[in-house]
Design a protein around this ligand. Structure first.
Ligand code: NAP
Length: 311
């Protein structure tokens, strides 16, 4: 069996993809950028190639020997579209170019985001949409796109602070009172990718959402009650405050030269009325269905506090 070529293998989702494929006996070839400081996130058994995503001469022979390519690299922090582009747009363009030339029969799975469905909301959302377009418009090989909503689980850095606070009995929603969010555990995303690998011919040229099967997503009461065990206080963050903090954070980050999480774009993402999706079409195509409820996922998450995490 030839390997699955995986970009973003050192990240939160990529690590769980490695773990799932290796457990299933599928060899993994990770493409890791030479500048990565997370090479220790490669699991024992994962082969790797040091290459920038723009390095098509190195990518071409690698994609030509893979049974499938999964593009899971991505930037989730940035101050402008340009900062999101290398991982979310131009890296995808290079991989598509390399596959068009060297692997025209090999399937690609792009891990995008539900955010790509609303490119006007933020630079991140726009970059995810533009990245999908690189595939949709230019790929001459079989492709599939996954659009997960918020993903949580071991190794996550974005949702974890919110879940930790909720565990202690405090939720601080920034969106409208009736905001609804779909969620999915990272191991269900990985299992869905595993199902795709087995049944990708049923998924060609399709864009799929996927969630944990909780119809209509969660409101903050449901999230707080599940994560805290029922005893919690709710402190709504006013919209003006979250948007104001986004602008202040952006200005400070420009002065100090770091990539902030909270930007005006992120504030707009956080204050959407909903980010809701379902997994009906993906389930029909692959037979995959999510196995991890929020209740089980958070129990495991807090029990697994000692498991390896990306810094
Ligand atoms: N986490 C979520 O809730 C969520 C939800 C929906 C969609 N997604 C999407 O899922 C994908 C993975 O997200 P994640 O949460 O796993 O992110 P993550 O933990 O930040 O990992 C990002 C991965 O991408 C790699 N990467 C970043 N910039 C790169 C570049 N310029 N060149 C090459 N590799 C680069 C990182 O490599 P280094 O080790 O070198 O930094 C790392 O392996 C992203 O596309 C994200 O948009 C995530």
């Amino acid at each position: 069996m030839n390997p699955v070529l995986l970009t973003g293998a050192t990240g939160f989702i990529g690590q769980r993809l490695q773990k799932m494929f290796l457990a299933e006996g599928v060899p993994v070839l990770a493409v890791v950028r030479p500048a990565s400081t997370h090479r220790d996130a490669l699991l024992s058994g994962t082969e790797y190639l040091l290459a920038d995503l723009s390095d098509t001469p190195l990518l071409e022979p690698a994609v030509s020997t893979a049974d499938a390519v999964i593009y899971c690299a991505g930037s989730v922090r940035g101050r402008s579209l340009e900062e999101f582009e290398p991982a979310n747009v131009t890296g995808i363009r290079s991989v598509v170019d390399a596959m068009n030339r060297a692997a025209p029969d090999t399937p690609l799975l792009l891990i995008s985001s539900l955010a790509a469905s609303r490119p006007h909301v933020s630079d991140y959302a726009n970059s995810k949409f533009l990245g999908e377009q690189e595939v949709v418009q230019h790929a001459r090989f079989p492709w599939t796109v996954f659009r997960p909503p918020a993903v949580y689980g071991p190794g996550d850095r974005e949702m974890l602070p919110i879940l930790k606070l909720a565990r202690k009995g405090l939720v601080t929603p920034a969106g409208p009172a009736a905001q609804r969010l779909s969620l999915i555990h990272v191991d269900d995303v990985a299992a869905a990718a595993g199902a795709w690998l087995k049944s990708w011919p049923e998924c060609v040229s399709q864009v799929y959402t996927l969630d944990d099967g909780h119809a209509g997503g969660y409101d903050w009461h449901e999230i707080a009650a599940t994560v805290s065990g029922g005893n919690y206080r709710r402190l709504n963050i006013p919209g003006w405050l979250i948007h104001g903090m986004g602008y202040i954070n952006l200005a400070v980050s420009r002065l100090l030269g770091y990539s902030p999480m909270l930007t005006p774009g992120k504030a707009r993402e956080l204050t959407q009325a909903d980010w809701v999706c379902n997994n009906t079409a993906l389930n029909k195509a692959t037979g995959w269905s999510p196995q991890i409820t929020l209740e089980k996922g958070v129990l495991d998450l807090f029990a697994e506090a000692g498991s390896p995490q990306r810094n």
